[in-house]
Design a protein around this ligand. Structure first.
Ligand SMILES: Cc1ncc(COP(=O)(O)O)c(C=O)c1O
Length: 370
């Protein structure tokens, strides 16, 4: 069954009765259990209780939802945002609002499962292009279609930690009169100035029509959102089925936690800086060991080992050594590209990173990888 965590999320966690260095959660900025964030969530529980028990459009809209949406819009430098109960709901709700039957979606082959589901729900025709391959995308765009066109990509790909070439995609979107949507679940709070995301990292804010994201990663809470022009957000608000039909909107305490994180990171870049310092320190050491880290340029660092069995064995061995990194195997990645996926966090200390590097080095040597 599942491993069970008996502590707060952090650089170190209690996992199945053992303290381990946590290299598997998406707590990029280490803020999920920051005292200030927990206090904000607790205050919201005192004010509003635990569950919202109604959809936002009935009696489940709390002031903190509105405050969060405004803060998120300011942080992302967009006109408006709308929060969902998770990133999966944002994608499955938003995509069918943008296109429908008779329209065409162009989707990177490695896009997240919730994008794939959103595309299916929309009823639009889906043309998949090869991963980050602009010739493949352009060839699909050249095929004659009727109706609207929508290109969708992850900003940061969660298995390899690589980035979508947003400027090139934006250029093709313009050339072929397509809308452009980016899911930046792993880029928000991580990439670009102040962690504003991959769109800002590339400086293409004006060329991206829609962004979706998650509050369950760098923002240390749980929830999803869509960001863009006010007119677009207002058109999604009454239409997105995962928004209007749920009496489980983002819980007010989670909204309050995410809002606190946004306030913190909007004025203090040290969290994002620490994340990147940790990432550079760790990657430099692993690169020196001669491990295959694929094409990552983000805090998601795959250690590609090949066979699934080897990845699982290495993950189990590391657990014994006090480090937890998830083994990722087919069908999540290609059959011969099984890996340990290591996720860096601002919550890791240098000591944590040294211990993890030493454990990975010993394990890799024992398994004949280096
Ligand atoms: C690229 C991407 N989009 C969307 C999601 C879903 O976000 P959430 O966890 O908030 O449902 C994830 C989650 O891991 C993701 O990696």
């Amino acid at each position: 069954m599942y491993r069970t965590i008996y502590s707060k999320q952090g650089g170190k966690i209690q996992l199945d009765g053992r303290e381990v260095i946590n290299m598997a959660s998406n707590n990029y900025l280490g803020l999920a259990s920051h005292p200030q964030v927990m206090e904000a969530a607790k205050a919201a529980i005192d004010a509003y209780g635990v569950g919202p028990t109604a959809s936002r459009n009935i009696v489940g809209n709390f002031p903190v939802h509105d405050e969060l949406e405004a803060a998120l819009a300011k942080f992302k430098e967009v006109e408006a945002t709308l929060v969902f109960n998770c990133g999966v709901s944002a994608n499955t709700g938003v995509i069918p609002c943008l296109v429908g039957k008779g329209d065409t979606i162009y989707s990177d082959e490695l896009n997240h499962g919730s994008i794939i589901d959103g595309c299916k729900l929309s009823g639009a025709k889906v043309k998949v292009f090869a991963h980050k391959d602009m010739a493949s995308l352009e060839a699909r765009l050249q095929e004659a279609v009727e109706g609207k066109k929508l290109i969708i990509t992850d900003g940061v790909f969660s298995m390899d930690g690589d980035l979508a070439p947003l400027p090139e995609i934006a250029e093709l979107a313009k050339k072929y009169d397509a809308m452009f949507m980016v899911d930046d679940a792993h880029g928000d709070g991580v990439m670009g100035p102040m962690g504003r995301g991959t769109v800002d990292y590339f400086g293409v804010r004006d060329l991206v029509h829609v962004e979706t994201g998650s509050l369950s990663k760098a923002f240390g809470s749980a929830g999803g959102f869509v960001a863009g022009k006010k007119e677009l957000i207002d058109s999604i608000r009454p239409k997105a089925r995962s928004f209007i039909f749920t009496a489980s909107p983002m819980a007010p305490c989670l909204a309050a936690g995410a809002l606190e994180v946004i306030k913190m990171v909007s004025t203090d870049e040290s969290y994002v800086n620490r994340l990147w310092e940790n990432r550079e320190y760790f990657v430099e050491k692993l690169t020196k060991l001669g491990l295959n880290l694929g094409t990552t340029i983000t805090p998601i660092v795959p250690v590609i080992v090949g066979e699934a069995e080897l990845a699982q064995k290495m993950s189990a061995d590391l657990f014994e050594k006090g480090v937890f990194a998830q083994a990722i195997c087919f069908p999540m990645v290609a059959r011969d590209a099984a890996r340990l996926r290591v996720i860096l966090s601002a919550g890791h200390t240098k000591e944590d990173l040294d211990l993890a590097v030493n454990a990975i080095a010993e394990s890799a040597r024992n398994m004949g990888l280096i």
